[in-house]
Design a protein. Structure first.
Length: 262
């Protein structure tokens, strides 16, 4: 009755089904793990953003690589801005997806070390080959607060570190590169400024990272598992249909032979 399952067509179909089932199960768990990672990451970011600021030098030092646990931690520092060595980071967008620059200003601490401060976004207000008009940083000794960030890399950001750019323009924020350029001790990573807010709202402060959206990964996991259960159900339906069609064909009367010469 089911000998047709041994035919080449059905053997191939059955093997495909047997391969699809564990593959879809694995894909579902892969999406589940991505969901769990996103939820955990959001919780860590939220915790870091709510924590009280700590002195920057408590978390980072010259040559230090900011870890995932330290990223987004609120830090503070006291010192003065060094605007003569200020640079801008090219091709950065604001919340409205307008292209401009990020303003990166060295902040000299009381002990002489330098903390890189990303003061925010400004529009591209002139030719790309010229240094843009940058709103002046506060003068004198002040206290800044911001989110600690890791050095940017091409691998993580997808931004190519183009060489030969116009003077005082960079593509990626790297404390190592800035230490070499400044000839000073620069704390690892950099800070996205949150306070004090600039007068007139320029540069535009960078908004908090997204930490509420959990993404579609759980829905994708459920979809893969539903697809997985559909494979054996579909296989059974096809088998029963094939058996029914073969049985009907076997019971059908043979066509009458047509007499010769008619």
């Amino acid at each position: 009755m089911y000998r047709f399952l041994l035919t080449r067509q059905w053997v191939i179909l059955t093997l495909i089904a047997l391969v699809l089932i564990p593959t879809m199960i694995e894909l579902g768990f892969w999406q589940l793990h991505r969901h769990e990672h996103r939820v955990k990451q959001n919780a860590e970011i939220s915790k870091a953003l709510k924590a009280e600021p700590v002195p920057a030098e408590r978390l980072t030092s010259p040559g230090h690589s900011v870890t995932d646990a330290e990223r987004y931690r609120r830090v503070s520092a006291q010192g003065t801005y060094d605007t003569k060595d200020e640079v801008v980071v090219r091709r950065r967008t604001n919340s409205d997806d307008e292209i401009g620059f990020h303003v990166l200003t060295p902040f000299v601490l009381d002990d002489g070390k330098v903390l890189l401060v990303n003061r925010g976004w400004i529009p591209a207000n002139g030719p790309q080959t010229a240094f843009p008009k940058v709103p002046a940083a506060p003068k004198g000794e002040i206290t800044v607060t911001g989110r600690l960030m890791a050095d940017e890399t091409s691998a993580e950001s997808g931004i190519k570190d183009v060489q030969g750019l116009p003077d005082r323009q960079i593509m990626l924020i790297s404390s190592g590169q800035q230490a070499h350029s400044l000839g000073k001790e620069v704390l690892g990573g950099y800070v996205e400024l949150t306070s004090p807010e600039p007068p007139g709202g320029s540069p535009q402060l960078i908004g908090e990272p997204e930490h509420d959206d959990i993404g579609p990964h759980m829905a994708y996991a459920v979809q893969w598992w539903l697809f997985c259960t559909g494979v054996p159900i579909g296989w059974v339906i096809l088998v029963r249909r094939e058996r029914k069609d073969r049985a009907a064909a076997a019971q059908a009367p043979a066509p009458e032979a047509t007499p010769a010469g008619v």
